[in-house]
Design a protein around this ligand. Structure first.
Ligand code: PBG
Length: 326
């Protein structure tokens, strides 16, 4: 008789037939930073810290020593530096730019990834530049935003970033950033594109962490409708043609079908972002005593990898690496 259970009989057999395994090299650690000497716990994201530049460099070093290859940086910008044109985003002496320099100086082998989008810098809280329509409605300017994003990406490359990651969802930004970087001698800086970034309810805690809630309107004219899968494949084709090196799907856990389809559709590596809301859903169930943290978190990460992600951005990166070593 055919008995699939034979392949599940002992831990040794199960380990031989296992199809997917997590390793520390799968993880990218998202890190928040601010212009302050203190490292502060983030109220909207228990267990996550907003680092000083010094604290960030130390913590990134520990993560890297543990086997995590990369970090991605998210700055909280002082209100006084925010403006409708978001010019602070490309300041060569700005918070992110200094953090990149210090990270690369202290940990040359760490892969430093930066977020390219205007929301932390824009007084409107949107990823793009805002203008008003006839009836006072918020309109996001695509092409003018792309020009600013190119400046931002270039300033990150000049500071030493290995990878720039545009998360803004403007059309044409990957090609424009690629062209700018190439023209300025940064042909070796990679682009990790947020290819399929959905207008999700799961980004709330992150916006709280950065104080980057849109002042008005929502992000539905640029982030994707959660109802759409074919559109993700269209974005995949465009990002490939425009020269992306890595594609990303975000959020991850509720979008495993999208990860799988993008994986099938493209030869490029696929990243997935387990976002702040996913993190908090797990953390709050753990805090309530309703699920086992290690088992549930590792299952969530394994599922994302099984769906086709080669790398996972997750706030659990350090804990997960600890559990892998247990
Ligand atoms: C904005 C950006 C967001 C996240 C990463 N980059 C929030 C948004 O689009 O509003 C969310 C990450 C998370 O929720 O963990 N450019």
């Amino acid at each position: 008789m055919i008995r699939p259970r034979r392949n599940r009989r002992t831990p040794a057999i199960r380990s031989l037939v296992r199809e997917t395994a997590l390793t520390p090299e799968d993880f990218i650690l998202p890190m928040f930073l601010h212009e302050d000497d203190e490292d502060v716990p983030i109220a909207s994201m228990p267990g996550v810290t907003r680092w000083s530049v010094k604290g960030l460099v130390e913590e990134a070093g520990k993560a890297h020593a543990d086997g995590i290859p990369a970090v991605v940086l998210f700055p909280k910008i002082d209100d006084t530096l925010k403006s409708p044109s978001a010019e602070e985003c490309s300041n060569s002496g700005g918070l992110v730019q200094r953090a990149i320099q210090e990270l690369k100086a202290a940990h040359p082998t760490l892969c430093v990834i930066t977020d390219v989008a205007l929301d932390p810098y824009n007084s409107d809280g949107h990823d793009g530049l805002v203008t008003r329509g006839e009836h006072g409605e918020v309109i996001i300017l695509n092409d003018a935003t792309v020009e600013v994003l190119c400046e931002q990406a270039l300033s990150h490359a000049k500071a030493g970033a290995d990878v720039v990651a545009p998360s803004d969802m403007m059309d044409g930004r990957v090609a424009a950033i690629r062209e700018t970087l190439d023209a300025e001698g940064f042909q070796d800086v990679s682009i990790m594109s947020y290819t399929a970034k959905y207008a999700s309810a799961l980004y709330g805690p992150f916006r709280g962490a950065l104080d980057s809630v849109p002042q008005e309107g929502d992000k539905k004219t640029y982030q994707m409708d959660p109802a759409n899968l074919r559109e993700a494949l269209r974005e995949t084709e465009l990002d490939e043609q425009e020269g992306a090196d890595i594609l990303m799907v975000k959020p991850a856990g509720m979008y495993l079908d999208v990860i799988a389809k993008v994986r099938e559709h493209s030869r490029l590596p696929v990243a997935a972002y387990q976002v702040s809301g996913e993190y908090l859903m797990l953390k709050s169930a753990v805090a309530a005593g309703w699920i086992d943290e290690k088992a549930a978190v590792m299952e969530s990460l394994l599922a994302i990898k099984r769906a086709g992600a080669s790398m996972i951005l997750t706030y659990f990166a350090r804990q997960a690496v600890g559990w892998l070593k247990d």
